[in-house]
Design a protein around this ligand. Structure first.
Ligand code: ADP
Ligand code: ASP
Ligand code: MG
Length: 412
């Protein structure tokens, strides 16, 4: 039997009624002749609640216990989905990560999948099971501890299963009916895309569009998984959703495919650091060791002996960054006059493979923001994206203005 992977996100399994509706979809695919691997998230809000419990119990928590707690939401929905399917007379069984076993690295809270042996589940399919319901987001480390794959990780579980089982397709069911030109919650002008290139989806995801976890897009690209994003709320149709496809399968596209944002960013500036070889290594080494995810970096021109160094990181890593830098200063590894943190910024980015062959895209972005009176604090570019850091209060305005300026409400 051809195998289909169907992933249901938090809102699609938020209540018993939603689980029943999702199970009906699974039932239809079974009736269509598929063996189905269902990947479930925790009920929406559940993982946030569990993270809150951990942080309240132990602010500097042991990551192994964090994973033990936050992985549990998926265990509940996996069991409930299997029971719901059984009630519909569909032979189904649930699997937690360790039972598969989905093997990962031991990087707790951000583990990477290493291996998914298919033998256990395949044997059950051969014995007549029609649906394997797998708890998303979780795996097992070489040390035998439960791990999690980072927030949004069930998408990655789904794509990895599709690759490991040679699935005909990986369908990601969520609360929007596909990938849009920007988050439809920010502007009603956002337009659903029928297709998007892997490269663009990868950039959008890594720049904050949470509809797919970045790692899931990477895996789909590498293992040529047919990936589709669609709504679990709307009626089924073959045309539904957005297909994530190789670049050559896109016929017409806008120069800019989409606008992404990341709300909770921070900008840190070290003033008057020595302008000498090795200074960047001396600053960013300790930050890396403290697991601070540094994103944008700018070094000012030197006044002769010293310079200012600015970088951005997620706002919830500021405390860790400050500690790492102050410790390095105390140890005499670096010197600076002040460490200034601005925790009220966000990142807004435009993405499109068309930028490779079009000049003036960045200039148009900057003019658009100027016309709205939005000051740009830091800029970075790559071949297919331009990102700016701006005050958080301008997030919606910046996204809407850029969406209009690049004509994203209209198809190419
Ligand atoms: P799930 O719980 O199903 O995994 P997520 O909340 O992780 O769902 O992702 C879906 C959400 O992603 C949408 O509700 C939407 O607000 C947001 N989103 C951000 N950018 C985009 C985009 N470009 N297209 C579609 N959705 C987006
Ligand atoms: N439940 C996890 C989270 O909220 C994983 C997921 O939903 O993809 O991050
Ligand atoms: Mg998600």
């Amino acid at each position: 039997m051809p195998i289909l992977v169907m992933k249901f996100g938090g809102t699609s399994v938020a209540t018993l009624d939603r689980i029943r509706r999702a199970a009906k979809r699974v039932g239809r695919e079974v009736a269509n002749g598929h063996d189905v691997i269902v990947i479930v998230s925790a009920m929406s809000g559940e993982t946030n609640k569990l993270v809150g419990f951990v942080e309240e119990t132990a602010p500097l928590y042991d990551a192994r216990e964090y994973d033990a707690v936050v992985s549990s939401g998926e265990n509940v929905t996996a069991g409930l989905m299997a029971l719901t399917l059984q009630e519909m007379d569909i032979p189904a069984r649930s699997w937690q990560g360790w039972q598969v076993p989905l093997r990962t690295t031991s990087a707790h809270a951000a583990a990477r999948i290493e291996e998914i042996p298919s033998a256990n589940i395949m044997r059950k399919f051969e014995e007549g099971m029609k649906v394997a319901v797998v708890a998303g987001f979780q795996g097992i480390s070489p040390e035998g501890r439960i791990t999690t794959l980072g927030r949004g990780g069930s998408d990655t579980t789904a794509v990895a299963f599709a690759a490991a089982f040679g699935a005909v397709r990986c369908d990601i069911y969520t609360d929007v009916d596909g990938v849009y030109t920007t988050d439809p919650r920010i502007t009603s002008k956002a337009r659903k895309l029928d297709r998007i290139a892997f490269e663009e989806m990868l950039e959008l995801a890594s720049l904050g569009a949470k509809v797919l976890q970045t790692r899931s897009v990477e895996l789909a690209m590498r293992y040529k998984v047919k990936l589709r994003v669609l709504s679990s709320f709307e009626e089924m149709s073959d045309e539904a959703g957005t297909l994530v496809v190789p670049e050559e399968d896109i016929v017409e596209s806008n120069v800019v495919a989409g606008v992404a944002y990341s709300r909770d960013e921070a900008k840190l500036t070290l003033t008057q650091v020595a302008d000498r070889p090795g200074i960047a290594a001396a600053i960013f080494g300790p930050l890396a060791e403290a697991s601070v995810n540094v994103d944008m970096i700018v070094q000012n021109i030197s006044d002769g002996g010293t310079t200012d160094m600015t970088f951005s990181c997620p706002v919830n890593e500021v405390k860790r960054a400050e500690k790492a830098l102050n410790d390095a200063k105390a140890a005499g590894q670096i010197d600076f006059t002040q460490l200034v943190a601005d925790t009220n910024v966000c990142k807004v980015s435009i993405v499109g493979i068309g930028m490779r062959s079009h000049a003036g895209v960045a200039a148009k972005m900057f003019q658009t923001l100027r016309d709205e009176g939005i000051n740009i604090k830091v800029i970075t570019t790559s071949e297919i994206k331009v990102s700016v850091l701006v005050d958080r209060k301008y997030l919606e305005l910046a996204v809407q203005a850029l969406h209009d300026a690049f004509g994203l409400d209209r198809a190419a």
